[in-house]
Design a protein around this ligand. Structure first.
Ligand SMILES: *Cc1c(COP(=O)(O)O)cnc(C)c1O
Length: 282
C-alpha cells in the first residue's frame, strides 16, 4: 500500500465524457483481496492489545474473508478458527484448502445455527470449544474494519467526483464514503439479491466506526445478476471483452458487477459529461 491508480481509456466511456481510473487494491496481495487486508488491519491490532492470540470468524465455503483471516493469522502469528456455513465437503474447495493450508482450524455449523451466529449463546459455545478468541463478524465488517477501508481514500492524490466499489456486507462502502470530503460521492453496487438492508447496515457501520453516518453514498441494487456468485452469459461476455480491451481480469463475484454497472449507467447518461470516476478493484 498505497495501491496504484490506473487510467482506463475506453471509447464507450469517452463518448459520454466519463473519465475512469482504477484503484488497484487487487494488487496489494496475490492471495486475498486488498479490502480484506484493510478491514483486518485495525482488528488485528485490537486483538493484540487485548492479549488475544486467536481469531475466530464466520463465512461461506467460498468466503474471501475466511481466506484473508487465515492468511493474516499465519503472517501475524495468530491462531485462526473458521466457522463455515453448512456441512463439510471433502475434498476441500480451493478457498478452504488455502485456509487450512495457512493453519486455520475449520469447523462447520448447520445452516439454522449459522443464521444465529451473532447470538451470544452461539458465540459462547464456540469460544468454549476453541478457547478465548477475538471474534470477527462474517465478511469482516465492523467499526474497526470501516476505519481501515476509510484509509483507502487518503491514498488518492488525484481529483475525482465519484468513487465506486462492489458491495457485499457494506464495510468497504461505509469506510470509503466516510473518508470522502467535499461534494464527492460514493456508489456501491450490491452483489447480492434483495440487499436493501444495506442502506441501514452501511449507516450502522459508519456509526460504529465514527459515531456518525454520512449522506454522500448510495447503493445501486440493479446489477446483482441474480445473486451472490451467480454467473450469466452477459456478465461472462463482459468480463472476457473487458479483459481483451484492458488486460484486467475482473473478479466475477464482485468487481465484474460493479464495472458492468458503471458502463451501463454511463451509457444511460447517468453521469454528467466530465464526471471523473474511480472504481476500486479489491
Ligand atoms: C469482500 C469483497 C468485496 C465487498 O466488500 P464488503 O466490505 O463486504 O462490501 C468486494 N470485492 C471483493 C473482491 C471482495 O472480496
Amino acid at each position: 500500500m498505497p495501491s496504484p491508480l490506473q487510467d482506463l481509456r475506453d471509447e464507450r466511456l469517452e463518448r459520454r465524457g466519463v473519465h475512469l481510473r482504477l484503484k488497484r487494491d487487487d494488487l496489494i496481495s496475490s492471495e486475498v483481496p486488498g479490502n480484506k487486508w484493510r478491514k483486518l488491519r485495525h482488528n488485528l491490532q485490537a486483538a493484540r492489545e487485548q492479549g488475544c492470540t486467536r481469531l475466530l470468524t464466520f463465512g461461506g465455503a467460498y468466503s474471501n474473508h475466511i481466506r484473508a483471516t487465515a492468511a493474516a493469522g499465519r503472517r501475524r502469528g495468530f491462531d485462526t478458527v473458521g466457522v463455515i456455513r453448512g456441512e463439510e465437503h471433502l475434498p476441500l474447495n480451493d478457498s478452504l484448502a488455502f485456509a487450512a493450508g495457512c493453519g486455520m482450524t475449520l469447523t462447520y455449523l448447520d445452516r439454522t445455527t449459522y443464521r444465529r451466529k451473532t447470538e451470544p449463546a452461539v458465540v459462547a459455545a464456540l469460544v468454549r470449544q476453541f478457547g478465548p478468541s477475538y471474534v470477527l463478524p462474517e465478511g469482516g465488517s465492523n467499526g474497526l474494519a470501516v476505519r481501515g477501508t476509510a484509509e483507502l481514500v487518503g491514498e488518492i492524490t488525484t481529483e475525482f467526483d465519484v468513487i465506486c466499489c462492489a458491495t457485499g456486507t457494506g464495510g468497504t462502502l461505509a469506510g470509503i464514503a466516510a473518508g470522502l470530503s467535499g461534494p464527492k460521492q460514493a456508489l456501491g453496487f450490491a452483489v447480492l439479491n434483495g440487499a436493501q438492508y444495506l442502506d441501514a447496515e452501511v449507516r450502522r457501520l459508519q456509526q460504529e466506526a465514527f459515531g456518525t453516518a454520512t449522506a454522500n453514498w448510495t447503493v445501486d441494487f440493479g446489477f446483482s445478476f441474480g445473486g451472490y456468485a451467480k454467473r450469466t452469459t452477459v456478465l461472462d461476455d463482459f468480463v472476457l471483452d473487458f479483459g481483451e480491451r484492458h488486460g484486467v481480469t475482473l473478479d466475477r463475484v464482485y468487481e465484474a458487477k460493479m464495472m458492468y454497472g458503471i458502463f451501463a449507467r454511463a451509457e444511460a447518461g447517468d453521469f454528467p459529461p466530465g464526471t471523473r470516476i474511480i472504481a476500486v478493484l479489491s
